[in-house]
Design a protein around this ligand. Structure first.
Ligand code: MEV
Length: 423
């Protein structure tokens, strides 16, 4: 192993194989490690090498299918990509228990993205604000000319907002352009528009333009999901009230809200990842939206309806697309979108919200009843069995023994394995 230097001129230009070998040599990876890295699953190294820089492999994440879902009256099989055990089972359970109430109903505010242009050094911000607002038609023309393809597909400039922002560096004038991105996530489209607009804003106001970039707080692109769980399908009024109490706890306490919303994102991110979309954009948007009142709160809301059933609603920014980025380049999202028969980004956004709501129901139900550890134990035990070296049918046998003993630990798994192998 040569001594490690992270300075590798020309690294990005190397063929992937040479790159992997060089990293292996410098970091002490074995030939077997190299073989794992070079193992092409559903994403070829050639494609991966076009997606990001300095590729040395791809990483497989399990894709599970969430069953039992009825979304807007349609039976759907929804793929989710996640490394976390219990996520898929949780969605399936929640969806099964929601069928009696008709499944999950969704809606959206439409695919509107916001881009921001930051203007500083303005002695007369009020004046500048109105000067920009007066140019609405010019701004529309500049934006629409920037992306004629989006225009052809029925998208383009929709709205203009100009905000005065008090900062430690004085008052800034922040222009928001609101753009209908149709089936694109829209980052490229709105960033180009903001950049095209910037010099005009300088010219109209005399200020200095700095940042020109989309906002991930996509609160003009909201996806909503609503479901009714019949009290008798979820274990009765006590379970219903327990779930409502769990929601109230999260809504009042940021410490709990972070975990509550993490549960929602277990479903959301897994669905976003499976469809090749930008998980970080969705996550930052969701958490910023959760804090929009000035306090970090629950993204979902739970209540009891007049018939005594449980109602859950979820509303969050959902900037997902069907074109651009990894969605089109990676072969797997294409297949999964076909599997779901999804043809518009809006539909995808709504399905993701439905999965997030189902996931939240499942987490709150389990927390309000048995607690999470019981359910986690069986799957966790399998992972521990594998860590202990179990293979094939040994995995189930060792896991079962661990669960029966009520303790899931690697040392105990190793002991079980030795017993099983007659040692
Ligand atoms: C675990 O990944 C998610 C939960 O912690 C969510 C929650 O607490 O609501 C179970």
């Amino acid at each position: 192993m040569t001594e490690l230097s992270s300075r590798i001129p020309g690294f990005h230009k190397m063929p992937v194989e040479d790159r992997v070998r060089l990293v292996a040599e410098r970091t002490g990876l074995s030939d077997d490690d190299v073989a794992v890295l070079m193992n092409e699953g559903s994403l070829s190294l050639e494609t991966a090498n076009r997606m990001i820089e300095n590729v040395i492999g791809t990483m497989g994440v399990p894709i599970g299918v969430a069953t039992n879902l009825i979304i807007d009256g349609r039976e759907m099989l929804v793929p989710v990509a996640t490394e976390e055990s219990s996520v898929v089972a949780a969605i399936c359970n929640a969806a099964r228990q929601c069928r009696g109430g008709g499944g999950i109903v969704t809606s959206s505010s439409g695919p509107l993205m916001i881009a921001q242009v930051q203007l500083v050094d303005i002695p007369d911000p009020e004046n500048a604000r109105l000067k920009i607002l007066e140019r609405r038609e010019d701004i529309k023309a500049i934006c629409d000319q920037t992306d004629p393809v989006l225009l052809q597909h029925g998208g383009g400039f929709r709205d203009l907002e100009v905000r005065l922002l008090e900062t430690a560096g004085g008052t800034m004038v922040i222009t928001h352009i609101v753009v209908d991105c149709r089936d694109a996530m829209g980052a490229n489209a709105v960033n180009s528009m903001a950049e095209a607009l910037a010099p005009h804003i300088t010219q109209w106001t005399g200020g200095r333009v700095f940042l020109r970039i989309l906002s991930n707080l996509a609160d003009r692109r909201l996806a909503r999901a609503r479901g009714v769980w019949l009290a008798e399908d979820i274990g009765g009024p006590d379970v219903r009230d327990g779930i409502i109490s769990a929601f109230r706890f999260a809504d009042a306490d940021p410490y709990r809200a972070a975990t509550h919303n993490k549960g929602i994102m277990n479903g959301v991110t897994a669905c976003v990842l499976a469809t090749g979309n930008d998980t970080r954009a969705i996550e930052s948007g969701a958490h910023a939206y959760a804090a929009r009142t000035g306090r970090y709160r629950s993204l979902s809301r739970w209540e009891r309806d007049a018939d005594g059933n449980l109602v859950g609603v979820l509303e969050l920014p959902m900037a997902v697309g069907l074109i651009g980025g990894a969605v089109k380049v990676h072969p797997v999202p294409q297949i999964l979108l076909r599997m779901m028969k999804i043809t518009t980004a809006d539909e995808l956004a709504r399905v993701v919200a439905a999965v997030g709501l189902a996931q939240n129901f499942a987490a709150l139900r389990v927390l309000a009843t048995t607690g999470v550890q019981k359910g986690h134990m069986a799957l966790h035990a399998q992972n521990i069995a594998i860590m202990a070296g179990a293979v094939g049918p040994e995995v189930d046998a060792v896991a079962k023994a661990l669960v029966a003993g009520g303790k899931v630990r690697v040392d105990l798994a190793e002991a079980e394995l030795r017993k099983l192998r007659g040692g």
